[in-house]
Design a protein around this ligand. Structure first.
Ligand code: ZN
Length: 203
């Protein structure tokens, strides 16, 4: 879970909930009463990859911390000083040993529980899989075989499946979790005037 910050990172004074005038009006946030530092709590960028080989299959991997049978995309944190594109190529290489030949963005999704924003890419790779110790198991699946799941990485996978002309099938990520996609995330809602655009979410 995302943990709340308690002390100012600049001067170590305990933070307090304080109201201040912002663009959107009076806003209460954790702020430092001593040096005026504000804890914005912006989401952390996380990168994800739908890794595809030359046979048109996608790589799914099981994290060492996950129970048996649970597979997901390759993910990792974006590091300071790198672009999202360089970051996902680095993560794919570090975690799977595969070299990215080309990539395109699939989309971005929120992960509210962890206060993260997921930036997902479709990457085409070469080489053979050498898993990092973080990952214990992998499988290649076709777009027909693969099951998507209702969270950011699962919606990214659904976009990839659909780009193959196949309607994605959804399932629970872990046993006991909901298999149902969020209606605001799936199916896609193309804009009537130009189907390359999606209808804007309500604010
Ligand atoms: Zn301070």
């Amino acid at each position: 879970m995302h943990q709340e910050m308690r002390f100012c990172p600049c001067c170590a004074t305990p933070l307090q909930w304080m109201a201040q005038q912002e663009d959107s009006g009076l806003k209460e946030r954790l702020r430092c009463p001593s040096c005026d530092w504000t804890h914005w709590g912006n989401p952390t960028p996380v990168l994800a990859a739908v890794v595809e080989n030359d046979q048109g299959e996608v790589l799914l991997a099981r994290n060492a911390l996950w129970q048996e049978g649970v597979f997901g995309l390759i993910t990792g944190f974006m590091e300071a000083g790198e672009s999202p594109e360089a970051g996902i190529c680095r993560e794919v290489l570090e975690e799977t040993g595969l070299r990215t030949k080309a990539l395109r963005m699939l989309g971005a999704w929120e992960f509210l529980r962890m206060n993260q924003v997921l930036i997902a890419y479709h990457v085409r790779v070469e080489g053979s899989v050498q898993l990092s110790p973080e990952l214990v198991e992998f499988r290649w699946q076709t777009a027909q075989q693969v099951r998507c799941w209702p969270s950011g990485t699962g919606y990214a996978l659904a976009h990839w499946v659909r780009s193959k002309g196949i309607e994605p099938q959804f399932g629970a990520f872990r046993p006991g979790q909901s298999p149902e996609p969020d209606p605001s995330k799936w199916p896609l809602q193309p804009w009537a005037e130009d189907a390359r655009f999606m209808v804007a979410p309500p604010l």
